[in-house]
Design a protein around this ligand. Structure first.
Ligand code: HEM
Length: 510
């Protein structure tokens, strides 16, 4: 009987190859490619090299030369996340962990360290914890969320609309998900610059990350205690009162998972969609022509630039085969969302418009599939929609090639998105819908289309004297009245509101 070849990600690896760390080869022990350091500066290109060399599943080294598999194929990734009998998210079963290869100060430790939360649990315990999270989510009123997204968008836009310029990452995308999630959880008073910075700091893992984590946890522990004593109608109260009977510690830990997962991913998504809408001629042209809706732009972005590029990680529960590779019990695998989304077997032409197709891997799949995807999509769709309505002449204020990203194995974050537009007056978000002059149908079409980008080098046109621009979804600005209902039943400015409805339909592509 032929002896089994050693698993290329197992710790007893003994493949011939260049000496460890050989800089001439850019590879590490066993000749494996590193997913960190200089060779991994362009991760996209590295994944394609690995695909060409190994196919859908490739052996690699992560920081400190810990061996792992990276799953590159779309169907192989789906198979892994959908087969809990073979793969688990419980890192305590990882051979590299058990054999002490992953030092406590490993840079990816925050991703791997097991915690008693739904993301790492499995079986009945996963059902119990996740059941409480999804149960609480099922009570969320989506119309209320859209109102909150709209109101927060208006408030954020008020901070910069008079300046005629803004950085849409630090002044908008980083803020909107936090403002909305603080409201959903039941602590709108905790939303502030400090909370946004603390969440970002925790994710970056800087030396102040521990203090930032304590700041966020402090707010969540206080919220848990308040709602335990006096439940209300918010997410936290429903989480506490769910029949799964979560302890206070479990409640606050899950509030943290929800807040941070929602914040980081949705902030990335918002920034990516805004960049796409501002820079990609396909979208600009299609939005102007009325064929590409904002939700379609969101879905395209989830394919091309998934907010989480990989999930670290999954672990083999038994000896198995994946993508032609022999995986040993205890091997670690990266759920490769970004490389899976560009698998040439599902996307032979990467420039093709995905037209709202939702079969990307951005939200994962199987038992751990993201339970908050509708909220993430709602924040991106409504936020981008409302911002474009508010700043119809917005355009990029730098060359596209000047945009920079910070990237890690797990995610990619746009550093800045500088834009310019003609200065606009702030909007009173508490005010009831204002009476706007009724535009004739032709003007309405022109006004509501995003202004085409001027030729390179041509400055934005000043707005004054401005055409009357419809305000974004007026009843969603803190009046507590649902926009659609209110506009449908208000007898007064019927013709204007009818135009608004038509505008929204056109904008959303119906
Ligand atoms: C665009 C936004 C979002 C993206 C791209 C995203 C993506 C993901 C991904 C990839 C996972 C891991 C799946 C896996 O392990 O296989 C996940 C898990 C999770 N997400 Fe999201 N997410 C987003 C927004 C949200 C929001 C808004 C919430 C909450 C309101 C949320 C709550 C969670 C939770 C609780 C889990 C863990 C689920 C479990 O392990 O059972 N996410 N998300």
């Amino acid at each position: 009987m032929t002896p089994e070849p050693p698993s290329r990600t197992s710790t007893d690896d003994a493949m011939p190859g260049p000496p460890p760390g050989c800089p001439a080869h850019g590879t590490g022990p066993g000749g494996l490619r590193r997913l960190y350091g200089p060779e991994a500066e362009d991760l996209e290109a590295l994944y394609e090299k690995l695909r060409a060399e190994h196919g859908a599943v490739a052996p690699v080294l992560i920081h400190q030369d810990v061996p792992m598999w990276v799953v590159l194929g779309h169907s192989e990734n789906l198979h892994m996340v959908r087969t809990p009998s073979q793969f688990t998210r419980d890192s305590r079963t990882w051979t590299a962990f058990k054999e002490g290869m992953v030092a406590p100060d490993h840079p990816l430790m925050p991703h791997f360290a097991w915690q008693p939360i739904c993301s790492h649990a499995e079986g009945d315990e996963h059902l119990r914890l996740r059941g409480a999270v999804t149960g609480a989510m099922s009570t969320i009123d989506y119309r209320g969320i859209r109102r909150s997204i709209n109101r927060s968008t208006q408030l954020l836009a008020n901070r910069f609309c008079e300046d005629g310029e803004a950085d849409l990452v630090s002044e908008f995308a980083d803020h909107l998900p936090m403002a909305v999630m603080c409201e959903v959880l039941g602590m709108p008073e905790e939303y502030n610059e400090r909370m946004v910075q603390a969440a970002r700091d925790m994710i970056k893992g800087t030396e102040t990350a521990i203090a930032s984590n304590e700041y966020v946890m402090g707010a969540l522990v206080r919220l848990t205690a308040r709602r335990r004593a006096q439940p209300q109608g918010d997410f936290t109260s429903h989480l506490i009162n769910h029949p799964a009977g979560l302890t206070d510690d479990e409640v606050s830990q899950h509030l943290r998972v929800v807040l941070i997962a929602a914040y980081e991913a949705t902030a990335n998504l918002l920034a990516n969609v805004l960049r796409m809408v501002l820079t990609d001629p396909r979208f600009r042209a299609q939005l102007n022509g009325g064929q590409m809706t904002v939700p379609e732009a969101v879905e395209q972005s989830l394919w091309d630039e998934p907010p989480f590029s990989a999930v670290l990680g999954y672990f083999a529960k038994q000896e198995t085969e994946l993508g032609g590779q022999r995986i040993r019990k205890g091997d670690g695998l990266l759920f490769g969302i970004a490389p899976g989304n560009v698998d040439p077997r599902v996307r032979p032409d990467l420039t093709a418009n995905m037209q709202g197709n939702r079969s990307h891997l951005a939200f994962g799949g199987g038992p751990h599939e993201c339970p908050g995807q509708d909220i993430g999509r709602a924040i991106a769709d409504t936020g981008v929609d409302a911002l474009l309505m508010r700043l119809p002449d917005v355009q990029l204020a730098c060359e596209e090639h000047e945009l920079r990203w910070t990237a890690s194995l797990a995610s990619r974050h746009l550093v800045e998105l500088p834009v310019k537009f003609a200065p606009k007056p702030p909007q009173d978000v508490k005010q009831r819908p204002r009476a706007h002059p009724v535009p004739d149908p032709h003007q309405e079409w022109e006004i509501t289309s995003p202004t085409p980008a001027p030729a390179p080098g041509q400055a934005a046109q000043p707005s004054a004297p401005q055409q009357p621009v419809p305000e974004p979804e007026p009843a969603g600005t803190g009046t507590g009245t649902d926009t659609v209902t209110a506009t449908a039943t208000t007898p007064g400015p019927e013709r204007r509101l009818g135009a608004w409805q038509r505008l929204l339909r056109w904008w959303r592509g119906h």
